[in-house]
Design a binder for this molecule. Structure first.
Ligand code: SR1
Ligand code: MG
Length: 428
């Protein structure tokens, strides 16, 4: 696998952001696109629909079909050109999509075309899929969501690690993705560090001041968050999606896909599942603002059942892969099964370590979405400021509990009961 052109200046010289008016002329000459959309750009309809924090996203519709065109911008869209960001992140996203498709077939959109110089990826248009975060705010259920996500996390975690991969392949992949420096730096700051001090771009709801002051004065909490940052930055256990929240999942009523792996890097086995669970917990804790009383309990319990199914499928699938695909240099059968010894309890121990990391990451993610730069719509769409504050405080308090006591939460039922307790707690 070639390395990207790591000189951002050279890439910027040929790069030109797409506009809806020019996109047809520029992309209709690409056979992989023309054969899916149609050869005459005059018959195409192009809409820019990007509402994320970083990129341009176009829906391109023609007589033969529809594709998505995603193009990186040379800066953080959420902030503007005062925060430059290398275009080469599209190279890593493309490589991540290729690996995820191999490791969990059917879980991510198909890539039709990649242009490194233009930092653009043309991929499958998912329809009638919607961003999962939207569906959760709107109270819509998705069949099979937990099993799909549990399988995705287990397969990508296991198959991207030296439990499965040949060491040489894994190490060369670690080296390749290590070039993606600035994107992990966003996570290192925004997720792990900024929530815990008055960082420049932070913001939080009015009324949280006392709670935030206490949280930032909590030395043990900060030390634990930094311990997790150390693991995140230096532990290359597996290739992680790196930004697996409900805005990186698209679903219909019974089908889901994972999108947007531009935050890909090699990191801890528990990173993706921890961030994912955090986003379900935030969906859960914010529901009192989005549901009528009559529907609230049933829908909140459905969200908890998704967490339950995600975690139980993750553990079952990871255990299955441990038994049937342990072909890497870690925990080789030569040491155990070949000597007539079971390794089932050893797998359970590895899973317990993953769970511990995941729960701490989960708590940190809950903090950052309330205190750092990039908040989530689950809370941001609450117009009643007092209610928003009350729900955010529950979220912050549960996050603290998870970071401080990750190792004592030994089962999913304990986690779900904790969520129910914080959901019922009036702290403010
Ligand atoms: C400056 S980027 C802010 C956030 O958007 C992405 O989706 C990631 O979650 C990142 O932390
Ligand atoms: Mg994204």
């Amino acid at each position: 696998m070639d390395k990207p052109d790591l000189d951002p200046k050279a890439q910027t010289a040929v790069y030109k952001p797409l506009t809806p008016d020019e996109l047809g002329e520029r992309l209709s000459v690409v056979p992989a696109i023309a054969e899916r959309v149609g050869t005459d750009p005059a018959s195409w309809t192009v809409r820019e629909v990007g509402d994320g924090n970083l990129n341009l996203v176009f829906i391109v519709e023609g007589p033969k079909g529809t594709v998505i065109v995603k193009q990186a911008l040379p800066y953080v869209r959420l902030v503007g050109d005062s925060w430059p960001l290398p275009l080469y992140r599209a190279f890593y996203e493309n490589n991540a999509l290729v690996r995820q498709a191999e490791r969990d077939p059917g879980s991510v959109p198909e890539v039709y075309y990649f242009d490194e110089a233009q930092a653009l990826i043309v991929m499958e248009y998912l329809s009638p899929h919607k961003i999962l975060r939207r569906k959760l705010i709107d109270g819509e259920k998705v069949d099979g969501l937990g099993p799909f996500l549990g399988r995705f996390c287990a397969r990508t975690a296991f198959r991207g690690s030296e439990l499965s991969m040949k060491s040489a392949d894994k190490k060369s992949d670690v080296a390749l993705f290590a070039g993606n420096v600035e994107i992990p730096a966003i996570t290192e700051a925004l997720v792990f560090t900024d929530p815990y001090y008055a960082a420049e771009m932070n913001h939080h709801s009015e009324g949280l001041e006392e709670v935030v002051k206490d949280l930032r004065a909590n030395r043990e909490l900060k030390a634990r968050a930094q311990r997790m940052l150390m693991k995140f930055a230096s532990n290359t256990e597996t290739m992680v999606h790196g930004d697996l929240h409900s805005g990186s999942i698209m679903s219909t009523d019974n089908d889901s896909r994972v999108i947007d792996p531009e935050f890909v890097q090699y990191g801890p086995l528990g990173f993706d599942i921890g961030m994912l669970v955090a986003n379900f917990l935030m969906a859960y804790l914010s529901q009192p603002a989005h549901r009528e009383e009559a529907d609230l309990d049933i829908y909140q319990e459905w969200i908890l059942s998704v967490i339950d199914e995600t975690l139980s499928t993750f553990e079952a699938e990871f255990t299955h892969l441990w038994t049937h695909e342990r072909t890497g240099m870690l925990y080789p059968a030569a040491l155990f099964e070949d000597q007539g010894q079971s390794s089932a309890d050893i797998c359970a121990g590895v899973l317990a370590d993953i769970r511990k990391d995941a729960l701490a990451i989960c708590g940190i993610e809950m903090h950052r979405r309330t205190l750092s730069l990039a908040h989530n719509a689950d809370f941001e769409e609450i117009s009643d400021e007092a209610l928003k504050c009350r729900l955010e405080v529950r979220n912050l308090a549960m996050g603290t509990e998870l970071v401080l006591r990750a190792e004592t939460i030994g089962s999913t039922q304990m986690l779900l009961n904790l969520a129910r307790q914080f959901n019922a707690k009036d702290i403010l």
